[in-house]
Design a protein. Structure first.
Length: 135
């Protein structure tokens, strides 16, 4: 499969903490392992992570055993009909929406995944600066 997938760890405000860009044919759970590996050294106070159903399964126990973090899967209610905003899921979705407004991130222009990751960090820095000093 061609393409890449961005795996983001964001704070409760939707600001990017860590990003890992991997091939799109990898399962979400495998990508989450990489995000956890790069987040652990820079997030010593991290305790709780919310994730969507793509991360369900063995990853919950692995995160607890490896890092001591609690991984909570945000799943849709069984009686859901139509569109419903899921608790905590909208935070990362909003971050993806913000990032997609940047031309370099709207498509996969970069040759190296590290370049893609760098552009995500650049865009998130600009978002943080806009919040600090609104125009």
């Amino acid at each position: 499969m061609n393409g890449r997938k961005r795996h983001l760890l964001v704070d409760t405000e939707g600001l990017v903490v860590r990003v890992v860009v991997l091939p799109a044919d990898l399962q979400d759970r495998d990508g989450a392992q990489d995000v956890c590996h790069v987040a652990a050294p820079v997030c010593p106070r991290l305790e709780h992570i919310w994730a969507d159903q793509g991360y369900a399964g063995w990853l919950v126990a692995w995160v607890r055993a490896e890092y001591g973090w609690r991984l909570e899967i945000v799943s849709k209610p069984s009686d859901q009909q139509g569109f419903v905003v899921h608790r905590r899921r909208w935070v990362v979705e909003r971050t993806f929406a913000w990032l997609s407004t940047y031309r370099r991130l709207s498509k996969d222009y970069e040759e190296l995944p590290e370049s893609s990751e760098a552009w995500v960090y650049v865009a998130s820095i600009q978002l943080m600066l806009k919040r600090l000093a609104p125009a």
